[in-house]
Design a protein around this ligand. Structure first.
Ligand code: 13P
Length: 288
């Protein structure tokens, strides 16, 4: 199956009261593990690529070519969107050219008028290419690939202005942050989420910083219009933990245990388990 825009899968999720997971990829192992889990569980999936991860993988063209070929070689039949995560204005155009099926323009650090201006232009370009577009209002806190946000709650009126431009989905800051949540985290602001929902109506909402949000909060967010949830750090942590265990147990020293295909296998299995667990919580299993 060819890459698809995220529009249809997110509208279905919104109507069916579940969420589609966006899992960020870093390399071939990550991509393969996520695609295989989605196929096995018959779940739609969004592969997220940050600008830093794109650069690491030598560029967006390499990423698009790898993902497209992998979908074909692995005979993946569930809907897969390839999505730029927290894109800059220039990064968005690079991904459009590279053949991504979805982009996020993160204009949350610009003054709202500039965010609107640039998002408006990208709405037109994405329509032309039949791609989905995610916009952001109210910075997501924490740090991801050098993008640092304060974690402010979005202004619902600004959300409406951006939603009215015709974007596919909207990320609104509701006290969520990238990476691990600190001990003293106050939790998601459902008040903000409800106020945003009230203003933007049917627009599928996106929850960033999916790592470490308690299940009850995830479910409540979905009930209030969240249809896409981003997870990155949690796959990194499970990969790290499994790889550390393999090496600490000395398994890399036994026979051909140093072979990268063996060395990276426990980490891949750990990513699969994390993706499965998230898909269960998000309710996307069997929805492909
Ligand atoms: P986490 O790394 O906290 O899971 O956040 C991922 C994310 O929101 C990607 O945009």
């Amino acid at each position: 199956m060819a890459l698809v825009s995220a529009k249809e899968m997110l509208e279905k999720a919104r109507d069916g009261k579940y969420a589609v997971g966006q899992f960020n990829i870093n390399n071939l192992e990550w991509t393969k593990s996520i695609l295989q889990t989605a196929e096995e569980l018959r779940s739609p999936v969004i592969l997220g690529v940050s600008e830093g991860a794109g650069k690491y993988m030598t560029g967006f063209k390499t990423v698009a070519a790898m993902v497209k070929a992998m979908i074909e070689e692995l005979k993946i039949t569930v809907p897969v969107a390839l999505h730029l995560d927290h894109g800059t204005y220039e990064g968005c155009y690079k991904c459009i050219e590279a053949g991504f099926s979805s982009i996020m323009f993160d204009g949350s650090h610009f003054p709202i008028d500039e965010n609107i201006e640039k998002t408006k232009e990208l709405v037109k370009v994405c329509k032309k290419h039949k791609m989905s577009l995610e916009a952001e209002v109210g910075a997501i806190g924490g740090e991801e690939d050098g993008v640092i946000g304060k974690g402010e709650c979005a202004n619902p009126d600004e959300c409406k202005k951006i939603a009215d431009l015709g974007v596919t989905m909207l990320a609104a800051g509701i006290g969520n942050i990238h990476g691990k949540y600190p001990e003293n985290w106050e939790g998601l602001s459902f008040e903000t989420l409800a106020a945003v929902k009230e203003k933007v109506g049917d627009m599928p909402l996106v929850l960033h910083g999916g790592t470490g949000i308690p299940t009850d909060m995830i479910k409540k967010a979905i009930s209030l219009g969240v249809a896409k949830i981003n997870v990155n750090t949690e796959c990194q942590l499970s990969f790290q933990e499994a790889t550390r265990k393999y090496i600490e147990e000395g398994k890399d020293l036994v026979g051909k245990g140093f072979d990268p295909r063996k060395l990276l296998a426990p980490g891949c299995e750990a990513i699969k388990a994390t993706v499965r667990e998230k898909m269960e919580i998000f309710g996307s299993i069997g929805k492909a």
